[in-house]
Design a binder for this molecule. Sequence first.
Ligand code: ZN
Length: 338
Amino acid sequence: MAPTQFNQYIGKVETLSEGQLEHLISVAKSRQNRVRQTFAVDVARVTSACAHCGAVATVRNGMSRGAQRYLCKDCGRSFNAATNTPLSGLRNKNRSLEIADCLARNLTIKQMAAEMSIARSTAFRLRHRFLSEAVNHQPVGLAGLVEMDETFFRESQKGSRKLESIAEPGKTRPPRHHGGKPKKDMTEATPRPDPKRSELVPVLVARLRGQPHIGDRVLPAMNKTQVKNAISDWLGAEALLCTDGSGTLRQAAAELKVPAKHVAVSYEGRVKEGVYHVQSVNRYHQALKLWINHDRRGVATKYLPNYLAWMRMREWFKDDLRPERFIESALGRKVINT
Ligand SMILES: [Zn+2]
């Protein structure tokens, strides 16, 4: 419908009686459901290679629970778009949309559980089932100015019954208590870590200047080998890497033979040399910290990659982050960093 026509429609809502309003809402809801179901079928149609053996010789084989079923001519097994994805076994397809909707709306576990009438533990499990696939949806072969910098999150075992020592795996550690020097706000930069303080978890972030492409990786340690492993696929032949001059990133770039510009760091802060700076990636770090530490009230380190992926989805789609995106992504389709 044309925008002007739509505005005329909306303008008339004011004139409706209560009964008419009720009627309108129910019509609109049922229309929404139909649109969404059509979408679910569309998603199912995308995948036709065998989920079990990868063969492409497959035929459609009826519908099951609202999704297209396929039969593989090679191995003789049947599958649908969700088979062998994090969504396989979700009995109700509409449930998928509800879960995805909670992610798109940035709901907390408590809100999600209340809205869907499920236990919080279930909501938590479902959230991570939907996010895990997107962890691997990283940029490939970026061309252009790529800003890269690391940031640190405090190691957290939120939700665990036993606290494992990071320094001595297998041993437990005493809980840390809240307190210490309070931060002025959540976006305040975390100081450069002391390498001996293993409770800080390094997260490497690369951001393509002027584009929504973002790569991230939680590193077991901030060293050259880990950095090289993380970034080698991200950067293409046309990439120019811009870092803040930290030795690790500099060495990794040199060994990968990636053209790089390293901006000097002084006591006054980072020096900006024309277009060479890491301000966009640092702004992203701040947004990420605010969202994780404030909106999400901190997350367990184990789940940090999933939250990074969620944030990448938010950054990629901005105001147009629709629930369907989370479903597609959970089905393994790369909808970001394309
Ligand atoms: Zn097969």
